[in-house]
Design a protein around this ligand. Structure first.
Ligand SMILES: [Zn+2]
Length: 101
């Protein structure tokens, strides 16, 4: 097997995470929640293994509690409250809050 340096490995890992989360998004739209969950889990595993952060715009779309891929208006409720965004996962009820600019 060809040896690759750490930097390249992390770059590849990031690409894989992005692809997996895109696939999760697609599956959610096709009502394939179980498959979507598998993709999310894989993405999280890769992120841990290679110490790569999930991109910020993707991170808020994964429920911290049940790891479900969140599609606003489908399995999550999005509310604006005092300058904050509150995303409620309709699967487990977990609420995620973050500031928005
Ligand atoms: Zn959840």
């Amino acid at each position: 097997m060809r040896k690759i340096d750490k930097k390249t490995a992390r770059k590849i890992a990031m690409e894989r995470i992005k692809i997996l989360l895109q696939l999760a998004d697609q599956r959610m739209r096709e009502n394939e929640e179980d498959l979507a969950k598998r993709y999310v889990n894989l993405a999280l595993l890769i992120s841990k293994k290679y110490n790569v952060r999930i991109p910020r715009d993707m991170k808020y779309r994964i429920c911290k509690k049940c790891k479900l891929f969140i599609v606003p208006g489908k399995n999550a409720r999005v509310r604006l409250k005092k300058g904050k965004v509150v995303i409620t996962c309709l699967n487990c009820g977990y609420k995620k809050r973050y500031k928005y600019k």
